[in-house]
Ligand binder design. Structure first.
Ligand code: RIB
Ligand code: CA
Length: 315
């Protein structure tokens, strides 16, 4: 069983896919989900999350978080995923299919829920972040003693070979580079899953058809959300498939055995019209910057896809 866990996300197609997996993973102890503006507005991200909770009959607190980055105007991925954040895919049940879920959000803002859950847990918690890091940076500002209640952060974000939003920056880091830099320098141990590894963790169209053939509603939604995005993202994998950014971070948190990682310095540039959001590491420079985190570098894709199939088959 993992440590008690909070998942912070901006659903978004691959966030929903990650939550569908997390719900069925026997060793994940998810205590709460928090939402943040990123792929879409925080209101839409929260609506999508509540709809998914209905679909999965998942009764844990959901708290809405930041509607804007720490200092910058919000830039969403509406051009990619649409204003509903889900490429038009309707989560069945009473969710984003037009009739909002009747489920209520937790009255606390995300950063207070994270802190309260962390303090109440019987051991330090894991926080898995799948969107911009605004909520975690805010939690650190509002609750400076948060780090003592957190075991580790597993973060989907960053890029070292090339960005997906600008040539330098991956989307989550691009949206809120100030938050990323604040979290990287917080002293909380973290494992960063950048595009360099999530592009290894792709799913093919044939594999998505295998998921569809599982014939459960969660599996259908998983496959449909990712399939609809294929044409817009296939170039990241040379046409091989759809990168599973957020599912990979969740799978790393559940079982790092099929991944490799290395301890190193990781920072985020906050300046520059084209470099803001660029994540930087220090492998062997004369600067010899002190390691402050871990870079997840490789994944065994065969294992990754087999685990996904096994988990989805449980629905
Ligand atoms: O760059 C990929 C990341 O940005 C994923 O988390 C995706 O959901 C978006 O948030
Ligand atoms: Ca995301």
């Amino acid at each position: 069983m993992t440590a008690p866990m909070v998942i912070d996300c901006d659903p978004g197609p691959d966030d929903i896919a990650a939550l569908i997996l997390a719900r069925q993973m026997r060793n994940m102890n998810v205590l709460a989900v928090t939402t943040v503006a990123g792929n879409c507005t925080v209101d839409v991200a929260t609506r999508n999350t509540l709809a998914l909770m209905d679909l999965l009959d998942w009764n844990i607190p959901v708290a809405a978080g930041a509607s804007q980055p720490l200092t910058r105007p919000l830039r969403t991925a509406g051009d990619l995923f649409g204003d509903d954040g889900l490429l038009g895919v309707e989560l069945s049940g009473t969710g984003a299919s037009g009739t909002p879920s009747t489920r209520a959000t937790d009255p606390r803002p995300a950063w207070d829920l994270v802190y309260d859950v962390a303090r109440a847990a019987h051991q330090p918690i894991d926080i898995v972040t799948l969107g911009p890091l605004t909520n975690i940076a805010t939690a650190l500002a509002v609750h400076p003693d948060l780090p003592q209640y957190v075991e580790r952060l597993v973060i989907m974000g960053g890029a070292f070979l090339a960005g997906n939003t600008t040539p330098a920056a991956e989307f989550n880091a691009f949206v809120d580079p100030e938050a990323a830099e604040r979290v990287f320098s917080s002293g909380i141990p973290f494992w960063l899953c950048p595009l360099d590894v999530t592009h290894q963790g792709y799913i093919t169209l044939r594999e998505l058809q295998e998921v569809m053939d599982l014939e459960s509603e969660p599996a259908r939604i998983f496959a449909e959300l990712l399939r609809r995005g294929y044409e817009d993202v296939k170039h990241y994998t040379g046409g091989l498939g759809v990168p599973l950014h957020d599912p990979l971070a969740v799978m790393y948190a559940a079982d790092p055995s099929a991944f490799s990682s290395s301890e190193c310095f990781i920072g985020c540039e906050t300046q520059g019209s084209i470099t803001a959001g660029m994540t930087i590491t220090d492998r062997y420079s004369d600067a010899q910057l002190q390691p402050n985190g871990h870079l997840v570098e490789t994944v065994d894709r065969t294992w990754f896809i087999a685990m996904i199939m096994d988990i989805l088959a449980r629905y």
